[in-house]
Design a protein around this ligand. Structure first.
Ligand SMILES: [Zn+2]
Length: 538
């Protein structure tokens, strides 16, 4: 032991060391075999799908912490521990009084989940609308920087808001054209309505605006929803509801209005809300339970005294869906791609990062919990950071690695939003790779994984995904990748299989590693692109 320590200063002076670069470290430390061994454990049936608050959740965390330690990290959680405890509430809502509406055109009742669903937006034992006034508010967006306000100066306190999904798409100059911004997500609409004191929201579902069929909404009916503990000061919405397009038409007709005309008018922007002359009633009862999970935080201290209190943050969620409805006699939702693979990637990157001869800034490796329950672990980390948010210079997230074989390209969600893309592009090029932007900008993927919670507090963030341009058997590989999305995604069959080819994932991670190293060692920290929606938060 002592002898080793004595030798270290001399070892550091050996000329061989000068040839150690992030690139050689990446080549040596990141391998397909290493990734496979981590996935084999994390996606094993013994971990029972790593459901939030389960024994599998704990086992996964302990495994990740011990491998971060073996890699050379020190605990980065509160009180010098690996775990940052994350308290979670599970709320299950039952509709006890179905949606009923009345107006000058008559009355109507609706059936859940045939025409609508309703869930709690707060942890109260029950919630109700009793003859609440229904108001159409277009997209339900107040975006000063886009000069767009669907609320005018109308007071919507105590009212139920009928709102269109997505964000305006017709003007390419506004709301990113066809690209979906956060304003287009229903979570934004619920938050904005809560800020304005509304009693509830009914989102009008259309397949086009949601990107999925109404069956997806119906399937969520009666399921437990997960939340972080509610803050005293944060406004809540008593009831969140979604209805079919037909149900929305009926609601409008009861007040003598036409849904299509209302929507057409809303597209113009800055149109005042329309009280529909319809009163709605509904009642739900909620059961609330408390669960305990945690984020795992590993730290590699920086080597530059001037920069070591700045942090490059890497994230991957370790949770998945646990045990659920059996499919083909299998009830364990292993989440091998989603996201045992990403955790494996993080462990490989931590191991490589510990071997860097120079790491001017510190690095944090955060395995976050409850992503599948609404990005809760990363939200908790962003709201209760273990180091000041202003000192986090970047977040890079992985959620699902490429298990189908090497590609020419790497998909970069958040491409162009901040300076990380340019750096990644240059590094990829040196390895004969190309970075491609989000392949499905209309789906709003940037707002659907953990890096988003870092962007929301101003940290330049990006999300790395596998590419599409396969080097071997491209048609066959493309078909396998497509079948993952249509057949295995969020199903018990997302399992490690003998045919998995992790050479592509290893190659992608080497580029990602060089991006982390470059970010840790650069003179200047990354910045948001001028005019980006998150620039003002930095
Ligand atoms: Zn995931």
């Amino acid at each position: 032991m002592n002898r080793l320590r004595l030798l270290l200063p001399f070892a550091a002076m050996l000329p061989a060391c000068s040839t150690v670069t992030p690139s050689t470290v990446a080549d040596e430390a990141i391998s397909a075999d290493l990734l496979r061994t981590h996935v084999a454990f994390l996606a094993n049936d013994l971990l029972e799908g790593r459901g939030v608050g389960s024994r599998g959740d704990e086992l996964a965390r302990e495994y990740i912490a011990s491998h971060l330690a073996a890699a050379g990290c020190v605990p980065g959680g509160p009180d010098g521990k690996w775990m940052q405890p994350v308290p979670i509430l599970g709320i299950t809502s039952t509709v006890t009084r179905g949606l009923a509406a009345k107006g000058k055109g008559g009355t109507a009742t609706f059936e859940a989940p045939v025409n609508y669903t309703a869930v709690a937006g707060s942890p109260s034992a029950s919630a109700a609308w009793q003859d609440a006034e229904l108001v159409f508010v277009g997209y339900g967006i107040d975006a000063p920087e886009q000069s767009w306000n669907d609320f005018g100066d109308v007071d919507v306190r105590g009212k139920v808001l009928l709102v269109m999904n997505n964000d305006p798409e017709r003007d390419p100059q506004r709301f990113g054209g066809k690209t979906r911004l956060y304003y287009g997500r229903w979570s934004y609409k619920f938050e904005e309505a809560a800020r304005r004191g509304a009693a509830g929201v009914i989102v009008i579902h259309t397949n086009e605006s949601a990107g999925y069929p109404f069956q997806v909404i119906q399937a969520s009916h009666g399921r437990e929803n997960f939340w972080l503990p509610f803050d005293e000061g944060t406004p809540t919405l008593a009831v969140r509801s979604w209805c079919s397009e037909d149900a929305a038409r009926t609601l409008c007709v009861l007040g003598g209005h036409e849904l299509d005309k209302l929507r057409e008018r809303a597209e113009l922007g800055n149109q005042p809300p329309v009280p529909l002359g319809v009163k709605v009633s509904l009642g739900i009862e909620n059961t609330v339970r408390e669960l305990q999970s945690a984020n795992v935080v590993g730290l590699l201290p920086g080597t530059d005294p001037m920069l070591r209190d700045q942090y490059v943050v890497m994230t991957a969620h370790f949770d998945h869906l646990g045990i659920g409805t059996p499919r083909r006699d299998d009830a364990i939702y292993n989440g091998a791609v989603d996201n045992a693979s990403g955790c494996a990637g993080m462990l490989a990157l931590a191991r490589a990062a510990a071997q860097l001869p120079e790491r001017r800034r510190s690095m944090l490796f955060v395995a976050v919990t409850a992503e599948e329950s609404g990005l809760l672990g990363s939200q908790y980390f962003a709201e209760h950071p273990t180091v000041p948010v202003k000192q986090m210079v970047a977040n890079v997230n992985v959620d699902g690695l490429n298990v189908w074989g090497p590609t020419k390209d790497i998909e970069f969600i958040g491409y162009g939003k901040n300076s990380l893309s340019d750096v990644a592009e240059a590094l990829a090029k040196r390895r004969g790779r190309v970075i491609t932007p989000d392949s499905e900008p209309d789906k709003g993927i940037f707002y659907r994984s953990d890096h988003f919670n870092f962007a929301r507090v101003g940290v330049p963030a990006a999300y790395f995904k596998g590419g599409h341009d396969f080097l071997d058997q491209p048609d066959n590989r493309k078909r396998m990748k497509a079948s993952y999305t249509t057949v295995h995604y969020h199903q018990p069959s997302d399992e490690l299989a003998p045919w998995w080819n992790l050479e592509g994932a290893a190659a992608d991670l080497r580029v990602l590693f060089e991006l982390l190293a470059a970010t840790a060692n650069a003179d200047r920290a990354p910045t948001w692109t001028k005019g980006d929606e998150f620039e003002k938060l930095r």
